[in-house]
Design a protein around this ligand. Structure first.
Ligand code: BDR
Ligand code: CA
Length: 325
């Protein structure tokens, strides 16, 4: 089992990321960051989820309340006032750890072989950890993020929420040299929350299944919602569940319309071939462009998730939830 630290802002879809990681990976700790909700709320929500699934052995470390250079933007329109509206829950019995998330990340990565970082919220804590100890970018096996998008955003036309909230942190992380596996909205839109999927989860019949279904009842109220964050964890558990393209990605900091965009270099696709005929994940690679392509663009630095095996993803979630009480 791969050793992971999950940095998150639960968040309905973050809750599913926690549930997948706690069952299928060696989850060394959960760290929290202001994002979908305020730090106090997302930290409580992480404790609630871990208590619900009977994993009170997993420590929770609160991190930064928000970006250091810009005001925090929260997504209470998506996740409700508590950050995890829907199921009725009692306050967690457990308290978070007193150690700061950034200290935990730095100390754990530096003292442990083969730690993989996963970030499903704004990259504030991860950037702060790299600032504190740049060697973690070499020492960690990889960083899997839910954030950005190869073609478009969701919070703005250009930017996805997690990157938009702390674009400076994302810039720091994307320029740190840490191997990045990016699950952006181009990938997570292939992971819709359907009524059938919710009922399949509810019919598992255990406490965790009911809790998970109630989370999705609330989350899907507005329609057109997707389970973004667990896709990043699923990619670690089953590397074949996502097909990737290795591409150059950089973060826009200054655009008046495009701040927080993950600018993805797809220039090698400019060809007379219709785009629909181009299979990014298997036919053409950056160093093997389509015939007639005039550019190769910049050298790749990010493994960009392009295609999700959605039926397998749904099975993985259900199989995981079945194993809880
Ligand atoms: C991301 O933003 C948050 O609302 C979700 O938890 C996910 O991490 C999707 O843009
Ligand atoms: Ca999240």
């Amino acid at each position: 089992m791969r050793k992971v630290i999950l940095d998150c802002d639960p968040g309905h879809d973050d809750a599913f990321a926690i549930m997948l990681a706690a069952q299928n990976l060696d989850l060394l700790g959960v760290t929290t960051v202001g994002g979908n909700g305020y730090l106090e709320n997302v930290t409580r929500n992480a404790l609630v989820v871990l208590e619900k699934i009977g994993r009170t052995d997993v420590p929770v470390y609160p991190g930064h309340a928000g970006p250091s250079t810009t005001p925090l933007v929260i997504a209470d329109n998506v996740h409700g006032k508590s950050g995890l509206d829907g199921p009725v829950v009692t306050p967690p019995i457990r308290k978070p750890e007193t150690k700061h998330a950034v200290d935990f990340i730095v100390e754990t990565v530096m003292s442990t072989e083969h730690v993989t970082l996963v970030a499903t919220g704004p990259l504030t804590n991860i950037a702060a950890a790299i600032n504190r100890e740049p060697k973690i970018a070499e020492k960690a096996d990889a960083l899997y993020i839910m954030g950005g998008g190869a073609y478009a955003g969701n919070w703005t036309p250009a930017a996805e929420f997690n990157i938009y909230v702390d674009a400076e942190a994302a810039y720091k992380v994307f320029h740190s040299g840490i191997p990045i596996y990016m699950v952006g909205v181009n990938l997570t839109r292939q992971c819709p929350v359907t009524p059938e999927f919710i009922e399949r989860i509810r019919s598992i019949g255990n406490t965790t299944g009911v809790f998970a279904a109630e989370l999705l009842d609330f989350f899907s109220k507005g329609g057109d919602v997707h389970l973004h964050d667990p896709c990043a964890v699923a990619w670690i558990i089953e590397p074949d569940i996502i097909k990737e393209a290795f591409l150059h990605v950089d973060i826009e900091l200054n655009g008046t319309l495009t701040r927080g965009m993950t600018v993805t270099d797809l220039r090698f696709l400019q060809t007379d071939k219709p785009e629909a005929d181009i299979d990014l994940t298997s036919t053409y690679k950056w160093n093997d462009p389509p015939v007639g392509s005039p550019f190769r663009g910049k050298e790749p630095n990010v493994h960009v998730g392009m295609r999700l095996n959605y039926p397998r993803f749904c099975d993985l979630v259900v199989e995981t939830l079945e194993k809880y009480k």
